[in-house]
Each structure stands twice: as structure tokens, then as C-alpha cells.
Design a protein around this ligand. Structure first.
Ligand SMILES: *Cc1c(COP(=O)(O)O)cnc(C)c1O
Length: 355
């Protein structure tokens, strides 16, 4: 691979109080960029001052949305070191998303090196206050100046980073979630398993309707029968029913979350049974009505674990576990965040030191 060229900023930005900014509103000093041309492959990998891109108004991404992304974090340990959490999983998933969207693959070592180098370059931006981290956003899009519908032959891959505070002010707090009856997020054969921008664009309308009713997120049903639970469209979902943890299986329309995968591995190591399978809305509502749904939560990199305190469907409201964080939810949160921030031992070998 070509050596990454480094153009250091001549105007470093002042640091700020992470507790006072929203998620992803203030960016660090540098960004990683490399370009792609079909006959040339990836070229000119570089770390440069954070600045706008210059692309044609005809760029493919602006019209037909060939865009994919990843989301991960760099964590400051109690010793002041910086580490990543299972970065190779993000690298592999980026290539899975790229394959679905006809975007070019990136060699795993190349993307790992880019991640390590951008975090090293802006290591002073990794905050150290409790529950804070440096959010890392790798993304790729097609830039061909051509309106005909086609597979992109020119692309940009970039990584930007931003210091983020705790997703929730008082640590983990139960949220209210609306189960969506009309719109769907994804179907098998579509792009649900790919982390692509278009999935999010199409989900905004349901999110707006839910927000107007006071719900923080939407829980999606399957796109064919509106019968099975899928995910929260930015987070996966898990239910503890009769002592077992049940989570929707990955059948093409659900995103394979790395937090989901890690929680499953953790639960299994504690000998708590986990079932990855279809779970129908009917089964879920029955479990709530019979008092068999003990706890449920959403999980994803940004908020880690978000307990669900209320579910709404068809103008009915269901309160879960008295709107309190369940004990297993809490235990999973404490253990996973303990590993991510280097406060607890990492028996799984998930963390990767950067500096
Ligand atoms: C990113 C994402 C998740 C969570 O994945 P993690 O790897 O755990 O952060 C879940 N669902 C969707 C649709 C996502 O885009």
C-alpha cells in the first residue's frame, strides 16, 4: 500500500467541553481521504486538515445515493492510553456493505492502517471524561460526473472523527419506542444488512411521526408481512423472555450490529441462553401481557445499551419492567463499557491499542 501522506493543520482548533455538544457536531482537526478510480484502484491515501470536499453537482452520490458508512469509537483508558473495540469487524462490514452497493472493496490492512493513523493523528481529541469517546465515521461514496445510472468508477473513502459525550445525560435511561405499522425499513433482498445512507433517509418519516408522539425511536417490523420484529433502525433489539434472551435473526434485512454480536458472545459466556430467531409481534405482545417479558433493550455503538421502558403499538402502550433498567441490561452495560474503556479485563481480546 502507498504510504499515508500527512498534511498537518496549521490552525488547530480549540478543544471544548464534550458534555456540552450534541452527538457529532464538532469535528477533530484532521480527516483521512483516499481516492479510487476503476483502472487505478485506491490511491493517494492522506491525512489532511478537516475541510469540505469538492465534488461535481453531477456526482453520482447526489443523485443515486451510492454511499456506505461505519460507526465506531476510540476509548481513553484509565492509564491514558487509547484503544479501539473490534475494529476488524467494522472493516469487514464496510466491505460487505460495499459489495451490496457496487462500491469498491478496501483491503482490510489498508483500512485498519487508515483507522489507526487518523486516531493517532488526532489522539489529543480523544476525551477522558467518564463515558466520553472519539466517535469515528468511515464512509465511501461515488463521485462520477455522470447522470446515467451506473456503477461508480470514481469514489472517495474518508474517515472523520468527533469527540462525543455520554449518549444519555444520566448514564443509561429507559426510552420510549413506537412500533411502526406502516412504513418499513428494509426487505430481504434489499439493503437492510448494508450500512448505507439510503436506509436512513427512508426511515426518517416514521421517526418524525414517532417523535411527534413523544417516542425516541421506531421499532421496525419485517417489510413483507409486518409480523416479525426487526430492529430499531440504528440499534438492534433484544428481549429477555422467561430467562432467555431472544433477538431477531440476521436474515438479510437486519443490520449485523457489532454490539449485538458482542452481547450475544458475552451472554453465552455467562451461560445465559440466547436465541437468534424470528420473533413475531404477537409473541412479544403476549409475553408482555403474561408478564413473561422481563427486560428489553436496544444496542449499538453510539448509545451502547438503551433499556426500553415503554413500547407502543396501535394506540396501545406497554410499560416494560415498571419503566426501570433491568438487572441484566445493567450488567451487560457495565461489563461491555468496562471492556471498551479499559476499566475491566478483556477476556475476549476485543480491544486493540492505538497509542
Ligand atoms: C450501525 C447500526 C446498528 C448497530 O450496529 P453496531 O455495530 O452495534 O454499532 C444497528 N442497526 C442499524 C440499522 C445500524 O445502522
Amino acid at each position: 500500500m502507498e504510504k499515508i501522506r500527512f498534511e498537518k493543520t496549521s490552525a488547530p482548533k480549540p478543544k471544548f467541553d464534550v458534555s456540552k455538544v450534541g452527538f457529532g457536531t464538532v469535528f477533530s482537526d484532521h480527516m483521512f481521504i483516499m481516492d479510487y478510480e476503476k483502472n487505478k484502484g485506491w490511491y493517494d491515501p492522506r491525512i489532511v486538515p478537516f475541510a469540505p470536499f469538492s465534488i461535481s453537482p453531477a456526482a453520482t452520490v447526489l443523485h443515486y445515493a451510492p454511499e456506505i458508512f461505519e460507526g465506531m469509537k476510540a476509548y481513553r483508558t484509565p492509564e491514558g492510553k487509547v484503544q479501539l473495540f473490534r475494529p476488524i469487524e467494522n472493516v469487514k462490514r464496510m466491505n460487505i456493505s460495499a459489495e451490496r452497493m457496487c462500491l469498491p472493496q478496501i483491503e482490510e490492512e489498508m483500512m485498519m492502517e487508515a483507522l489507526m493513523e487518523i486516531v493517532k493523528a488526532d489522539q489529543s481529541w480523544v476525551p477522558s471524561e467518564p463515558d466520553t469517546s472519539l466517535y469515528i465515521r468511515p464512509f465511501m461514496f461515488g463521485t462520477d460526473e455522470q447522470l446515467g445510472i451506473h456503477t461508480p468508477q470514481h469514489c472517495i473513502f474518508s474517515i472523520i472523527t468527533c469527540p462525543v459525550g455520554s449518549y444519555f445525560r444520566e448514564g443509561i435511561n429507559p426510552v420510549r419506542i413506537a412500533i411502526e405499522k406502516d412504513d418499513v425499513r428494509a426487505v430481504k433482498g434489499g439493503t437492510g444488512y448494508a450500512k448505507c445512507g439510503g436506509n436512513y433517509a427512508a426511515s426518517l418519516r416514521a421517526g418524525e411521526r414517532a417523535a411527534a408522539q413523544g417516542y425516541s425511536q421506531v421499532l421496525w417490523l419485517d417489510g413483507v408481512e409486518r409480523k416479525y420484529i426487526e430492529e430499531a433502525g440504528g440499534m438492534n433489539v433484544m428481549f429477555k423472555i422467561d430467562g432467555k434472551v431472544v433477538t431477531p435473526a440476521l436474515l438479510g434485512s437486519v443490520l449485523a450490529g457489532i454490539t449485538r454480536k458482542s452481547l450475544i458472545e458475552m451472554l453465552k459466556s455467562w451461560n445465559i441462553p440466547v436465541e437468534e430467531r424470528l420473533i413475531s409481534l404477537e409473541e412479544l405482545l403476549d409475553a408482555i401481557n403474561n408478564g413473561r417479558l422481563e427486560e428489553c433493550w436496544c444496542c449499538g455503538t453510539a448509545a451502547v445499551i438503551s433499556p426500553i421502558g415503554e413500547l407502543a403499538y396501535d394506540n396501545k402502550k406497554y410499560i416494560i419492567n415498571d419503566f426501570k433498567t433491568g438487572s441484566l441490561t445493567r450488567k451487560l452495560f457495565d461489563e461491555l463499557t468496562g471492556i471498551q474503556w479499559g476499566k475491566r479485563p478483556d477476556p475476549f481480546g476485543w480491544t486493540v491499542p492505538v497509542v
